[in-house]
Design a protein around this ligand. Sequence first.
Ligand code: SF4
Length: 350
Amino acid sequence: MEGQAAPLFYSFPLAKLQEIVVEQGEKPYRARQLFEWVYKKRVFDPDLMTDVSKSYRERLKGAFSFDLPEVETREESADGTVKFLLRMKDGALVEAVLMRYDYGNVACVSSEVGCSMGCAFCASGLIKKTRNLSAGEMVGECLLIDQYLRPNLERLSHVVVMGTGEPFDNYDNVMDFIRIINDDHAMEIGARHITVSTCGILDKIRRYGKEGLQINLAVSLHASNEETRRLLMPIARGYKMEELIAACRDYVEESGRRITFEYILIDGLNDSDENAYELAKLLKGILCYVNLIPLNPVKEKPFKRSKRAYRFRDILNARGIKCTVRKEFGTDIDAACGQLRAKYQAKEAK
Ligand code: SF4
């Protein structure tokens, strides 16, 4: 639900839009023409789409909303990271983040308003899920970040669906979103530059592997054994670790793609040498890569950042598991996902 009468234009992949324009009595090529105006020329007002007949422009205004989210607030870090707090049409607040790597500009996109997965270390999960984001709202997050980059002749090159929400809990919208941003007639984000991160919903991991796209999958593991994973991630109470690893193996086999495991290092909880040995054993033989993430402490949570990241990495590397420590971003702004929104909402409530 988008909280508005007309659906968002940005929610429709090209093939679906073609069906709609044909139902409206237009030729299928119209859909590509509209994509061109919106995604290439960045014209969001039908009145300015000059090669579209005046009568169809009028109908377009009734058929679709071309609204983008509003930027409620923006925080810019000295390292170039920019956090956007976006307000959707129904008032919902959502975070999106621009991160700058050597290889390109990466948008970290939210997929839900709030999150009900309850991961113990996460600021986003402090605010429960109220609804899914539509594909168009997620495209809106990317369009706004790309618009921010354009005056400096830069562009958005990579997208990770790792912000607030569990993307596989909103699977169909997320897949439509990916089809749109990946389309050469739209934002042209290469499939290999798109990553979806799940906390481990097994049937969707397998389904994602069968999509036949070259997109990447990251699985939030955060533990080397069942007990610790259950402590950190309520989803682990529903799915055993061995079942999760089996689904990941199936994904790699089906898609032929390497899988990334995300592992937040928490002091004294999952960062010992024994944990590293255990993790290496668990992942043995899987075409994978481990991303070690220094914890961004959240004041409402008891966890501390580990100082053992490089030692942990070295043990995994020595055992043949490819592994790096993730570069940190925006440490001078509210770095943990969900913090900006939580802070803003608390301020609003005062
Ligand atoms: S880590 Fe992701 S899945 Fe877990 S509570 Fe936070 S936003 Fe939700």
